[in-house]
Design a protein around this ligand. Structure first.
Ligand SMILES: Cc1ncc(COP(=O)(O)O)c(C=O)c1O
Length: 443
């Protein structure tokens, strides 16, 4: 309680740092190799939104993969920026979305020379990286900014064997979730800027939505974690890399599971892979990832990061002891023995390319009404539907609701995924864009 203070004069002010927060920002920028670092206390969500809103005004275009986190599409609803979606590559066997290919970004840039920025995930939740350096060079050659969602890439800055970080390849802005793999308290994050991006303007954008009562608990935890990573990062991630390497090898020896890794690298849509992400494909044993996730938690008291349709993801940290990894491996072995079944009839993909009818802002604010999900086929969605985690929208405002999407939602519900985004808490109804008076949709 003693350190949960507010912005009195000697403690500086997050909205306008001039003393101790400013000094801490300089140290953070130094640790991440950026021109400036902002302390963010409204999550990486606000860092992603500040990037988009700094780069694009209403009506301006931004090129981005569609497998972004909801915060990026939310930023479009707030700002009125227009997305030019690049469909990510897809690994058919695993059913997961990959990174953006260089050629598809190039095509989007050539077809939309007026776009202001390109947004890249580095890496995806599953640990997959796009060819960020080449994309950055290409975007800069066309006078576009490069914004990087590095919610899952904090550690890239502190170990040379990990994929390249946004700042190291010359990207302009990066949203870095210190609270995910950097060890700070939940909700704390950094926004990094580089090159010609103006610190003062970005701060004004951040201040449009960020609290005026920045938490000193969160800010201190960011500062302490920054110091820890700057001094001990190499050693910390040496250990994490070793733990995950061992776990991956042992899980693959169990058979049935596939803990994927660097062998996926193809120089393009999987330009690199973050080996600290222990992503395991589970469909071959007849269990959805979310089912394995639930069994691990309920029967083995092992809490992992997430489970979706075909995969689980465990994020290993320096805090994990060897025996915890052994327990995870032996539990997965037992789960396979006790629960595996025929995989016939299981859904085999995590991602469906959207059919876009309207911009997210238009669709969100237009006249809309609620219908039961089963009556929504062919309509334009005006809200989000997603499993959380990972928080990548299955549907975003402005997209057509297809039968394939409805089947996916029903399957995810049936398997126990936590669905979010709709005004209706049960996710039994969905808001759709009203086409015309009395359009006949069943209420
Ligand atoms: C890729 C990605 N970007 C942004 C965010 C938002 O981060 P936060 O939850 O800190 O707001 C997340 C959260 O899971 C994420 O996965």
């Amino acid at each position: 309680m003693g350190i949960d203070v507010n912005s009195m004069k000697p403690l500086d002010n997050l909205c306008h740092p001039v003393s101790v927060i400013k000094e801490a920002e300089v140290l953070a920028a130094d640790a991440f190799g950026s021109k400036h670092a902002f302390f963010m206390v409204n999550g990486t969500t606000s860092a992603v939104q500040a990037m988009v809103m700094s780069a694009c005004k209403k009506g301006e275009k931004i090129i981005m993969p569609r497998n972004v986190h909801r915060s990026a599409i939310n930023a479009l609803i707030i700002s009125g920026a227009i997305p030019v979606y690049v469909n990510p590559g897809v690994n058919k066997e695993l059913g997961i979305p990959l990174g953006m290919s260089y050629e598809s970004v190039k095509q989007a840039i050539l077809e939309n020379p007026d776009a202001k920025a390109v947004l890249v995930n580095n890496p995806t939740y599953y640990g997959i990286c796009s060819p960020l350096k080449k994309i950055t060079e290409l975007a800069h050659a066309h006078h576009m900014l490069v914004l990087v969602d590095e919610a899952h890439g904090t550690h890239f800055y502190f170990h040379e064997e990990l994929p390249q970080s946004a700042m190291s390849v010359g990207a302009d802005m990066a949203a870095v979730s210190m609270h995910k793999t950097g060890g700070s308290l939940t909700q704390s994050s950094f926004l990094l800027i580089n090159n010609q991006v103006k610190e003062g303007y970005v701060r004004q954008i951040i201040n449009l939505t960020q609290t005026t009562s920045g938490s000193y608990l969160l800010m201190s935890s960011l500062d302490i974690s920054r110091k820890n990573l700057a001094l001990n990062g190499k050693e910390i991630f040496d250990r994490v890399i070793e733990l995950t390497r061992y776990a991956r090898e042992e899980i693959n020896k169990l058979g049935g599971y596939y803990a994927f890794g660097k062998e996926l690298v193809n120089g393009d849509t999987v330009f690199d892979f973050d080996v600290t992400k222990l992503s395991v494909h589970t469909r071959a044993i007849g269990l959805a990832g979310i089912e394995v996730y639930d069994i691990l938690r309920d029967d083995y008291t092992i809490q992992i990061e997430f489970g979706d349709i075909g995969n689980i993801l465990a994020i290993v940290s320096v805090g994990d002891k060897d025996f915890a990894i052994e327990r995870l491996i032996s539990s997965l072995s037992e789960i396979k023995r006790l629960y595996s079944k025929d995989k016939a009839g299981m859904l085999d993909h995590e991602y469906i390319n959207p059919l876009v009818a309207m911009t997210p802002q238009e669709a969100f604010y237009t006249s809309k009404h609620s219908v039961p999900l089963e009556n929504s086929r062919g309509k334009i969605c005006s809200e989000f539907v997603m499993c959380y985690p990972p928080g990548i929208p299955i549907l975003a405002p402005g997209e057509y609701i297809t039968q394939e999407i409805l089947d996916y939602i029903n399957y995810a519900k049936e398997k126990g995924c936590f669905l979010t985004g709709t005004e209706d808490r049960e996710v039994a109804r969905i808001n759709i864009v009203t086409e015309y008076e009395g359009s006949g949709e069943e209420e």
